[in-house]
Design a protein around this ligand. Structure first.
Ligand code: GAR
Length: 219
């Protein structure tokens, strides 16, 4: 069974989609070992507690240097020893050593069709503000593996969503969540837990049948 750690910073609706996916059987063969937030007030932590899932807060603010935080953060993750780390609206930069250690074992949900509206400065509502300002007619969401860049890792799943007349950033954000994010994040975890996801030369292949056991990340 795939052991997950979910990292969150805010409301946690994507975490909720993962919890619901596991409880409803949409995500098979996976369990959440722990939810970690950098923000002790994140409602996402409440969602974890409501479902009896262990959770804790670890924040850069509580460390003298970024290096000290990065080291403590990596040690925390190593102690839990997850098979997969899920970034579900996590707004802290992942330490380079963690990316190296968990290569193709960290996934992120981003609220746009990468490579549009992604990279430094594009997160949360800002993504939808930028999409409306540019006048695009189709937006969406992407689940990707995390590499050293910002939103540059191998793409696992994407789903498109139409922009509609009268959309505000908030309305568009909600539609992208409902129609794309809450669908493809659980789906990606289910595919990985089923051993159907592999990465070759930076490109993700999703196979019809199981191709790996635990070591799904062979490149
Ligand atoms: C989601 O829309 C997620 O895609 C986005 O933050 C929101 C978190 O909402 N993530 C990013 O922008 C990462 N670059 P949630 O806490 O309700 O899941």
């Amino acid at each position: 069974m795939l052991k997950l750690v979910v990292l969150v910073s805010g409301g946690g609706t994507n975490l909720q989609a993962v919890i619901d996916g596991i409880e409803s059987g949409k995500i098979r063969n996976a369990r959440i070992a722990e939810v970690i937030s950098n923000n002790s007030n994140a409602y996402a932590l409440e969602r974890a507690r409501n479902h009896g899932i262990d959770c804790r807060c670890i924040s850069p603010k509580d460390y003298e240097t970024r290096e000290a935080f990065n080291q403590a953060f990596l040690e925390t993750i190593n102690q839990i020893a997850p098979d997969l780390i899920v970034l579900a609206g996590f707004l802290v930069v992942i330490p380079p050593d963690m990316i190296k250690r968990y290569r193709n074992r960290i996934i992120n949900i981003h609220p746009s069709l990468i490579p549009s509206f992604c990279g430094t400065g594009y997160y949360g509502l800002k993504v939808h503000e930028a999409a409306l300002a540019r006048g695009v007619k189709v937006v969406g969401a992407t689940v990707h593996f995390v590499d050293e860049g910002t939103d540059t890792g191998p793409i696992i799943l994407q789903k498109a969503v139409a922009v509609e007349k009268g959309d505000t950033p908030e309305i568009l954000q909600r539609r992208v969540m409902e129609q794309a994010e809450w669908q493809i994040l659980p789906q990606a975890i289910d595919l990985i837990a089923a051993g159907r996801v592999s990465v070759k030369n930076g490109i993700v292949e999703v196979s019809e049948k199981k191709i790996h056991d635990i070591d799904y990340t062979i490149t």
